[in-house]
Design a protein around this ligand. Structure first.
Ligand code: SDX
Length: 429
């Protein structure tokens, strides 16, 4: 028997039976496609709090239980046993690679890490103090112009080579954002290095000496990239899907995702957390800031706290907090902000306001402290997030292009403007 939900308009007595669609796990969905035709009504869901925008098999979240699966694999196991480039393969292909597949994948990515030499000219058009996210979004769009007429988005092979190009070029673009802002010469990729170490080499090496990052630092960054790779239909991923639904150039879709991620309610929160912790300055000031976060008249919010989906501890935040502690210990670094962050977490999680609203630390609460320990400047934190999330954006875009329900996304509205009225010539106004 087909499961349905019946919606009745109590004014007219009209009813519509909406089919219920079941997934492999998680809440079923009500297919409301016939609502407008049958009842002449739209659904209304600002912020898409309870709206499923698509079918997807890439990532599953259970916000109540704090569960995050990538193609069925728990994030805790991937964080512990995998590498970022292997997780990228998993997100895009749906299965973990064999050794041979992984070697071919890593080689293919290396072959695309260079960008056209003319791309390097784009950076100098930006002010010396331009925010790196603005540069990253602009250069990603510029790269679209190099492949615009050579990318058939309906050809699977073209989509795969586009995916490889995006994954391969994001570390190159991200590193140049830092080098340009720091007044340092650009560094070409070194194919003898692994993906994450190559990014660190292009970002932090000096032309005057050898560069070899510590294994602990490479592992910490690789772990952060794994934890930021994909996260269901978040704001930036939904932007990439909406842009992709118009058949836009895939690099331009990624640029749209970068732009959305930049906001401090989304990926920009990692930068906002560190600036907040620096403003708090000491554990003695925490009660004052917690009070401000609870005051509805005060726009201040605890950055790195709360989540649309997780009403339990963000599983990524737990892993990052431990990784941050371990890195600080291993590298014998003193990070006073880490003490403030842990005390802020302790106080907030005992406070009724946060308990009642199920506000827990999210992925952005501790990540900036690891970036700081890796000597990544605060303004580059969201660029790190965008580099990693490019994997999820690409995987979700590829899934969209094969979706049997593929059509341009075009939401409707509840109109609250003026009724029809006649134009009045200016002399009569
Ligand atoms: C990311 O979607 C994803 O998956 C995103 C992400 C990913 O991987 O892609 O996980 C990455 O974006 C993580 C979130 C990073 N943003 C922040 O840390 C910014 C601070 N957080 C808030 O702005 C907020 O929690 C959001 C934006 C994350 C979620 O907003 P919602 O779901 O719209 O929740 P809400 O604003 O309706 O808040 C519900 C209540 C409100 O209080 P009341 O009106 O009920 O009295 O909780 C309060 C809010 O005022 N609240 C906070 C708060 N977050 C929510 N109060 C104080 N501090 C906060 N951080």
């Amino acid at each position: 028997m087909t499961r349905t939900v019946t919606i009745t308009d109590n004014m007219t007595g009209k009813q519509v039976e909406c089919p219920v669609l079941e997934g492999t796990c998680g809440p079923p969905v009500i297919n409301t496609k016939s609502l407008y035709k049958e009842l002449g009504m739209f659904t209304f869901d600002p912020g898409f709090v309870t709206t499923a925008s698509c079918r997807s098999a890439v990532t599953y979240l259970d916000g109540e239980k704090g569960v995050l699966l990538h193609r069925g694999y728990p994030i805790e196991q991937l964080a512990e046993q995998s590498t970022f480039l292997e997780v990228v393969y998993l997100l895009i292909h749906g299965e973990l690679p064999t050794r041979k597949q992984m070697d071919e994948w890593a080689h293919a990515i290396k072959m695309h890490m260079m960008t056209h030499e003319h791309i390097s000219r784009f950076y100098s058009a930006y002010r010396y103090d331009a925010h790196p996210m603005s540069i990253m979004a602009g250069v990603a769009n510029a790269i679209a112009s190099y492949y615009h007429d050579r990318t058939d988005i309906w050809d699977p092979d073209n989509r795969l080579i586009t995916a490889r190009r995006i994954i391969a070029k994001m570390p190159n673009v991200a590193s140049k954002c830092y080098r340009y802002a720091s007044g340092l010469p650009f560094v070409y990729p070194d194919n003898a290095r692994s993906y994450v170490e190559n990014f660190m080499y292009m970002t932090f090496s000096w032309p005057t000496e050898e560069y070899t990052p510590s294994a602990a630092a490479v592992r910490a960054l690789d772990l952060l990239f794994i934890l930021h790779a994909d996260h269901e239909q978040n704001a930036s991923t939904s932007t990439v899907r909406l842009a992709g639904s118009s058949e836009a150039n895939p690099f331009a879709c990624i640029a749209a995702g970068i732009t959305t991620l930049w906001g401090k309610s989304h990926g920009g929160a990692n930068e906002a957390v560190v600036r907040m912790l620096e403003e708090i300055g000491s554990t003695s000031n925490i009660p004052k800031y917690v009070a401000r976060a609870k005051d509805r008249k005060d726009p201040f919010r605890l950055m790195g706290f709360g989540h649309r989906v997780y009403k339990n501890y963000d599983p990524r935040a737990k892993i990052i907090r431990k990784a941050c502690h371990d890195l600080l210990e291993e590298e014998k670094l003193n990070q006073p902000l880490f003490e403030i962050a842990m005390e802020l977490e302790r106080i907030a999680l005992e406070d009724e306001y946060f308990i009642k609203r199920k506000l827990y630390p999210n992925v952005d609460f501790y990540s900036g402290l690891i970036y700081q320990a890796l000597r990544i400047p605060t303004s580059m934190f969201t660029v790190m997030f965008a580099l990693a999330r490019s994997a999820g954006w690409v995987a979700q875009w590829m899934e969209l292009m094969k979706d049997r329900d593929f059509r341009i996304g075009r939401p409707r509205q509840l109109y609250i403007g003026r009724q029809t009225r006649d134009y009045v010539p200016i002399e009569e106004r």
